[in-house]
Write a protein that binds this ligand. Structure first.
Ligand SMILES: C[S@@+](CC[C@H](N)C(=O)[O-])C[C@H]1O[C@@H](n2cnc3c(N)ncnc32)[C@H](O)[C@@H]1O
Length: 244
């Protein structure tokens, strides 16, 4: 690639990231969460900046950014689950915002798996802070692990993916989920939210979240509907169910 092309590509990526973060800030102002609860979930983190970055199984430009509050509440309320019957898993839970939101629903247990130790510590602090105010947060567990090697709980019935990684890594994660279902047969729903990471110039234009491609490609999963985001089309959620 010519130097000029490279520079133009970087500038476009930066501009895309800026507008992504501005939209996130706007949504967080409209539905304040951190300020109301005294937690830290809103500020994005570039994963390469973390002290453990070299040890993490992450893509070059991967980052933490939280899913919008209203989007998550809406999809958890309307996905048709009997919450009491399943354990919820946020795959790539970052600072734990989705775990805290899941605790507003009567899930049996709520598990977050996250590759970064630093983000896990922040997520645990956030859970600790919330647990002083409300009950039910003792159902949350934050696991510091690579999702591609994570032991899937035998009663996990809802997996939330907010653009944590590539379709290839997703495929490995789905393989593990499928193997867990073979061992403990049950209904399972996958939820893919968001369309592309900010460094991805084409992110806005993608019709499906990146990780959802794995569910489309693997036999056994069937599209089970789309939940429109109340925040922006970018955050629509695509559901898949396991047929075996
Ligand atoms: C876009 S953030 C989403 C955070 C959270 N799910 C939310 O919606 O608020 C993606 C997260 O996935 C994590 N991640 C990336 N690759 C991972 C892997 N292989 N295993 C576990 N976590 C991973 C990143 O560290 C990051 O925190």
């Amino acid at each position: 690639m010519q130097d000029g092309d490279h520079r133009a590509k970087l500038l476009r990526a930066l501009e895309y990231r800026r507008s992504f973060d501005a939209r996130l800030e706007r949504m967080d102002r409209e539905t304040p969460f951190d300020r109301v609860h005294g937690v830290d979930t809103g500020t994005p983190v570039e994963l390469w900046e973390l002290p453990e970055a070299d040890l993490m199984p992450i893509g070059r430009n991967a980052r933490y950014a939280p899913a919008p509050v209203r989007t998550v509440r809406n999809v958890l309320a309307s996905c048709g689950l009997v919450h009491e019957e399943v354990t919820f898993v946020d795959v790539g839970c970052g600072k734990g915002r989705v775990l805290l939101l899941a605790a507003e629903f009567p899930f049996r247990r709520i598990v977050g798996v996250e590759a970064s130790e630093t983000l896990c510590d922040i997520a645990r602090d956030n859970v600790h802070t919330m647990s002083h105010v409300h009950g039910g947060y003792d159902r949350i567990e934050v696991v510091n692990a690579d999702a591609a090697q994570f032991d899937v709980p035998g009663d996990a019935g809802f997996f939330f993916f907010y653009e944590p990684f590539s379709a290839e890594v997703s495929s490995t994660v789905l393989e593990r989920i499928e193997s867990s279902i073979r061992q403990c047969p049950r209904d399972v729903l996958l939820c893919f939210t968001g369309r592309g990471q900010p460094e991805d110039e084409d992110g806005e234009a993608q019709s499906r979240p990146v990780a959802a491609a794995a569910a489309e490609a693997r036999a056994g999963w069937r599209a089970a509907g789309t939940v429109a985001s109340p925040d922006a089309k970018f955050y629509d959620s695509f559901l898949f169910e396991y047929l075996g």
